[in-house]
Design a protein around this ligand. Structure first.
Ligand code: USQ
Length: 394
């Protein structure tokens, strides 16, 4: 299959590119290095340096003999996006000799992914909205105009649903009202501008799907943890970004780093916030199985991409237990919640669809956590305590 990965430099995009490539698919990755540049802008770097996308593709070629084609550019530019589907180089319209035809699948990871980043200021909110929505809109029109059969796999987020006081279905809900019934997208109520941009993505794509018969799978993903995937085991330089700062680090990755650095685990508020979590290895499987089993024409297929649920307190307790067993003196501390979110709430999402498609979950066992400790502790001396918690408020 010919696969185009938008956002191929990111935490999930790069391992996804290797995953497809390792299985014999023809992969092109596109990125504008936003995540790297944002780290520089905020002075919130990664745990270890990660080679450029071009360099990583060269290392991958050395290790496996397989090619991943790298294109650097800004997908907010519609001509650039359209060129990826037609093979025309933006502006000159000259044909790109390495173009291998319109992709059968586009994986859309090219979004500003951080809730705290989206609320740093009105400028960061504007960036999040314009970046995420323009890229989604450019993709939708490029697919409609040049390759309407192409299947789009979009990374959505469980945070679109919020924390409603009813069970969360996989994307859709049947509603009976005054004696009549219809099926609608499950109600959405996000708690950040970033999460709201994802709701808007869904609405935009749902319009395109209804109107032009496009096909999309929306993967409502929970917070991801992990570093290593099967493919990066070949060479540590192929490892994905690992952030533990307050803006780009997700909670499990942060807690493990904090435990190693001797920084008390920052439980926000009461710590009863419950989310659905998954290992980065399962993100690989979920996207892959979705790509290999495309949605039908005119179908918006939605899966809840989580493997198990935890409260923040449970994650802190687990990290402390595993950390102590490895000789770390781990302290857990409740800090004033910088976010506006429910700290005690009902949470019961359905997440069967991806399992039925063939995904085999990796759970957050003590062994899995220990293997993450082992990698992070190799970089113990590089951990910067000053970027762990600044209390960036909503
Ligand atoms: N939390 C703490 N202490 C910390 C960090 C986080 O208590 O030091 C809490 C947060 O308040 C939140 C939960 O842990 O209740 C998860 O926070 P997170 O930072 O790991 O995840 P979040 O901001 O929700 O965003 C992440 C990804 C985003 C993805 C989302 C899935 O950055 O791209 O869409 O997870 S979901 O949360 O299901 O919407």
């Amino acid at each position: 299959m010919n696969v185009l990965i938008l956002g191929g430099d990111g935490y999930l995009g790069w391992p996804m590119a290797m995953y497809f490539s390792a299985r014999g698919h023809d992969v092109t990755v596109v990125d504008n290095y936003f995540r790297r540049n944002a780290g520089v802008e905020l002075d919130m770097g990664m745990l270890y340096p990660v080679p450029t996308l071009q360099r990583r593709a060269a290392i991958w070629r050395e290790r496996t003999g397989r090619d991943i084609k790298v294109v650097i550019g800004d997908l907010r530019d519609p001509e650039f996006m359209r060129g990826l589907l037609t093979g025309a180089t933006a502006y000159t319209q000259a044909a790109d000799p390495s173009f291998s035809g319109a992709p059968e699948c586009v994986c859309h990871f090219a979004e500003q992914p951080s809730a705290p980043y989206s609320l740093l200021s009105y400028k960061h909110a504007n960036f999040t909205l314009t970046n995420n929505l323009l890229i989604t809109n450019n993709l939708m029109f490029a697919v409609k105009d040049f390759s309407p059969e192409t299947h789009i796999v979009h990374i959505g987020t469980m945070g679109e649903y919020g924390t409603p006081n009813i069970d969360i279905e996989e994307g859709w809900i049947e509603i009976e009202h005054k004696g009549r019934k219809d099926t609608f997208l499950f109600p959405r109520q996000a708690s950040s501008i970033y999460h709201t941009s994802k709701i808007m993505d869904t609405d935009l794509m749902w319009f395109g799907i209804r109107t032009w018969g496009l096909r999309m799978t929306d993967l409502m993903q929970g917070p991801v943890y992990g570093i290593e995937t099967e493919e990066s085991e070949a060479d540590p330089r192929l490892r994905t970004f690992f952030n533990y700062d307050e803006v780009f680090g997700t909670v499990v990755n942060r807690f493990i780093t904090q435990a190693i650095a001797g920084y008390p685990l920052t439980v926000y508020g009461k710590g009863g916030q419950t989310r659905g979590y998954l290992n980065i290895r399962d993100t690989m499987q979920c996207v892959y199985f979705s790509a290999m089993n495309p949605a039908g024409a005119g179908e918006l297929r939605v899966y809840n991409q989580i493997m198990e649920t935890f409260t923040v307190n449970e994650l802190a307790e687990k990290t402390a237990r595993v950390g102590k067993s490895l000789g770390y003196d781990v302290e857990v501390k409740s800090v004033e919640n910088p976010r506006k979110e429910a700290e005690e709430h009902y949470y019961n999402p359905t997440y069967q669809g991806l399992i039925e498609l063939g995904v085999t979950p990796h759970y957050l066992t003590d062994d899995v956590m220990e293997s993450m400790f082992r990698i992070v502790e190799q970089h113990k001396n590089d951990i910067r305590k000053d970027i762990i918690f600044k209390g960036l408020k909503w």
